[in-house]
Every structure is written in C-alpha cells, then in structure tokens.
Design a protein around this ligand. Structure first.
Ligand code: ZN
Length: 231
C-alpha cells in the first residue's frame, strides 16, 4: 500500500507535569493523576481502534504555551485535556470546558481554511464534544454534574485548530472524591466515560477534519494583559 498522509489523531493532554504539579489536595498532586488517566484513556481508545497521541507520557515539564504549536502541526480530530480540580473542601463533581471563540489568530486560520462556519464540517466549537463527554462521564461515574462551560481565555483550548475540551474530572480537595480518584475501578469508569463520549461525538460528525492541513502556527506569546486561565 502506498504511504499516505498520517491519519488524523485524537490528542490526549495529561495536564501539567514535571516542574508544574498543578493543584494539590489530600496528599495528591494533580500531574500524577492526569497522567494515570491520560495513559489509561490512550490505551482504552487504541484498543477500540482509534489513532491517539499524547502531549506527554511521563512526568516531564511541557510548558502550556508550547503545547498548541505541537498540536497544530499535524492533522488532529480533537483535543481532550485531562485535569483535576481544587476548591473548598465540600466542592465536588465533574465539569467540561471549551473555548469559543478561540484566539483571533486561530479564528483567522480557521476562516482561511474554510473551516468555519461551514455546517456539518469539523472543526466545530468544542461544545458538542464537551456535551458528549460530560454526559457519558456522568453516566459511568455518577459524579455530581457541574455541566459544560465556555471560557475564551483558556490557555490551551483557545489555541488549537481542532475542537478542544478540558475535563475537570473531580476535586482533589474533597476527601471523598480524592479517595475515589485513587481507586483503579473508579478511574476505569471515568476512562470508559470519556472514551464513550468521544465515540458518540465522532459518530455524530459526518465529515472528518478539513481545516487541519495547516502547518505549524508561529508561537505567539500571549499579549493579553491578564494571564490565561491554565487550570
Ligand atoms: Zn489542572
């Protein structure tokens, strides 16, 4: 068979890593648990026949603003960024974020590529992927449903050409949820939920990415007066 272009992949982003631990709670460091879930999600989706790649596969530092140019350098079906939350001791539940509109330079690239607003073609705004994943995770984990949320200034989801979501899988700061997060059985249900949601979204989209042939974007340091939300 003649070698073709590489297949478009799903990018799984285990949040934080290395020098960036993320949030902490009840003795847990976020970066450790995002990596466990990210690796398990990659294994699960590969076993279901999906092409998957990860932004990191070990405890290494990958600065948040270096991730988008790597993600945008190849055809991607979507991005799923894995995080855990922290807050008051009684805060619990799962929530999923997306960013629309994205950064102006990303919106310009999407328009140039004819990617928006063409109904029925990827990329979309991330909302449908967020909804599908949030719903499937609720079904599997029975965690409190904090819903899907749009925020334009998210550091990563606002800078990708592909549909992108960030899922906050639970609160390290809550005693009960921090115990669940440490249970392999609970994490398995979480991973099943994310994988099911991704498949639901994929099957609902009749066309595959048209606008992601674009080469790497220049790395544009954020010029906004307030720093982006990094979670
Ligand atoms: Zn985080």
């Amino acid at each position: 068979m003649a070698p073709g272009p590489p297949p478009a992949t799903l990018v799984i982003d285990p949040g934080h890593g290395g020098a960036d631990g993320g949030t902490v709670g009840n003795g847990l460091i976020e970066k450790d648990w995002t990596l466990k879930v990210g690796l398990a999600l990659a294994a699960e989706l590969r076993s279901r026949g999906h092409a998957v790649t990860l932004t990191r596969e070990s405890d290494v530092t990958v600065p948040i603003l270096e991730r988008p140019s790597w993600i945008n350098a190849a055809p991607r079906l979507a991005l799923i960024s894995i995080h855990f939350n922290a807050g008051s001791a009684d805060a619990t539940g799962v929530e999923t974020w997306y960013s629309w509109p994205k950064k102006p330079e990303i919106m310009a690239r999407l328009h140039d590529a004819g990617g928006v607003p063409l109904p029925g073609t990827l990329p979309d705004d991330g909302q449908h992927l967020a909804q599908a994943v949030q719903q499937a995770v609720q079904k599997h984990t029975k965690s409190r449903d904090r819903g899907i949320k749009n925020r334009e200034d998210m550091a990563l989801t606002s800078r990708t050409l592909c549909p992108a979501i960030l899922i906050e899988c639970g609160f390290l700061s809550n005693a009960s949820e921090s115990r669940k997060i440490q249970e392999a059985e609970w994490r398995k249900r979480l991973v099943q939920g994310i994988a099911d949601g991704y498949e639901t979204w994929l099957h609902a989209h009749p066309t595959r990415p048209a606008a992601v042939e674009a080469g790497p974007l220049p790395v544009v340091p954020t010029a906004s007066p307030t720093p982006d939300a990094e979670h």
